[in-house]
Write a protein of this length. Structure first.
Length: 139
C-alpha cells in the first residue's frame, strides 16, 4: 500500500467515515476512537483495557492483526492528507494505584505501539471540515 493507492483499500471508506464523525465532534482523532466507530472495538472492552483488566488492546479488537495493522497505516495516510498533526500520547491505566503504561500489542513492538498511541490533531482554531471524498468524480 502506498500514498497513491491507500484510498482503493476496502477499509478506506469506513476509516474515512469514522474520521469524519470524530472530527465533527472534536479536534483529535485516535486509533482507538476509529476502532470503536468502526465497531471493531466495543466501548466496554476498551474500558476493560484502560482499567488494566486486559493485558493488551489487540486481545479485544474484533479483527486480525494484519487487518488492524493495515487500518493503522491507512489512518496515518488519511490523517496526513487531512493535514492533521501527529502526536504520540502515553496511555496509562485508569483507576486507583500506580499509573502503569498500557500495552496495545502482544509483541510490544515499539513501532506498532507508537502507531496505536499516535493521535492526529486538527491544528486550526475553527472546527474541522474535512474535504469530501475525492474517490469518484461526479462530473
Amino acid at each position: 500500500m502506498t500514498v497513491d493507492t491507500y484510498r482503493g483499500d476496502p477499509l478506506y471508506p469506513r476509516i474515512e467515515r469514522a474520521t469524519q464523525q470524530i472530527l465533527a465532534e472534536g479536534k483529535v482523532v485516535t486509533a482507538v476512537d476509529v476502532l470503536v466507530r468502526m465497531d471493531l472495538l466495543l466501548p466496554e472492552r476498551l474500558e476493560d483495557w484502560r482499567r488494566g483488566r486486559v493485558p493488551y488492546l489487540e486481545q479485544v479488537i474484533n479483527c486480525n492483526l494484519t487487518r488492524s495493522s493495515r487500518l493503522l497505516r491507512i489512518l496515518r495516510l488519511h490523517a496526513h492528507d487531512l493535514n492533521l498533526v501527529p502526536s504520540i500520547t502515553v496511555y496509562a491505566r485508569w483507576g486507583k494505584g500506580p499509573k502503569q503504561r498500557l500495552r496495545f500489542s502482544k509483541s510490544g513492538d515499539s513501532r506498532l505501539e507508537e502507531a496505536y498511541a499516535r493521535h492526529f490533531v486538527w491544528p486550526g482554531k475553527a472546527p474541522c471540515h474535512p474535504p469530501r471524498s475525492s474517490g469518484r468524480d461526479t462530473t
